[in-house]
Write a protein that binds this ligand. Sequence first.
Ligand code: SF4
Length: 394
Amino acid sequence: MKVGLYLHIPFCKSRCIYCDFYSTTSHDKREKYVANLCKEIAMKRALIGSEALLSSIYFGGGTPSLLSLPQLEALFGTIRKYYTYFSPEIEITLEANPDDITTTYAKGIHNLGINRVSLGVQSFHDQQLSFLGRRHNAQQVVEAIETLHKVGIDNISIDLIYGLPEAPLTWWETTINKAIALHPSHISAYALTYEVGTKLSRLATKGEILIKNDDEVYEEYNLLIRKLAEAGYVHYEISNFALPHREAIHNSSYWEGTPYLGVGPSAHSYITLCEETILGKECFQSGDKLRFANMAQLTSYEREIERGYIPIDFIEKLGFKERYEETLMLRLRTQKGIDLSLFNKDFGTSCREQLIHRAQPYIDQGLLLYQRDRLAPTERGFFVIDGIISSLFL
Ligand code: SF4
């Protein structure tokens, strides 16, 4: 059975104005945190079968590239101690800020086995980067990619943000052009969101920045899709584009229902139990499909780990309805969509017929595509997929 491992690294050097993820800027907590993460890797190993084949490892954050090479080495040592089987094609990703990528660091992570780096680029305009509170500039992105290539890491993903306020469409076009010119194997692009409690949202509420309307954001999204398609990128998930055969293995495991274990504050896990297990204060049976998450605050997370407990915040046992909704929510975000013959096997003919019946208006409007026994979003459908999915629920 394939399994993915996610390690959450909740440290940032400074806070970006749009971000509401939990992270801390304290430097002195990292050593103790790594030791606790190692303990959690060991504790959670028993939750999946002894034959588990590790197909991906993902260091996400926060800013994982703030971990030193010895700290990363300690984590890899623990992973190797508790996992026997590694897929020959294992994908090991480190999220990084471009200005952390020095030659020494790049060589070090490559030697540890990291074969994919996801760079938080966001924009190629220094003015926008500084407005967002990012600590790198556009030139540092170019240098980071060159450095990674030199040490042999050629699987590079970059994150971009569209819908940024106060910027003409031409600025977004320049960002896309510069991204394409660097030829990363993968690009993720997200619309800017105004999360409550962030400095960005306060600026918007006070009317101090000019936010873009839905039509303007849609125009930027469309431009992105068109230019990346012309450059040979496959739009394989609503926010993700890859050169052929360079789709992210770890992220795809979320959409395809591959089990994964998450460690660190707020990390989520999704598993099918292979034996009766007590988790939190509940007893679950072999075959139960569980989704659960860790506590989000670093202090409560560390307190539980030090007491010898998995720091569970919530556990959800997925029944028929939850599995049905989750299948729609995850698969309809991807270009492959839902394989209706598999769907039929999981949920029965009547559910399949109901799904096609409810999807028909969207098929007629060109938002969903129904062909070769698959139901999938079209490019236009991707932009409004959340509304479509909720209307297809039982
Ligand atoms: S570096 Fe990433 S996680 Fe840290 S504050 Fe900025 S956006 Fe948030």
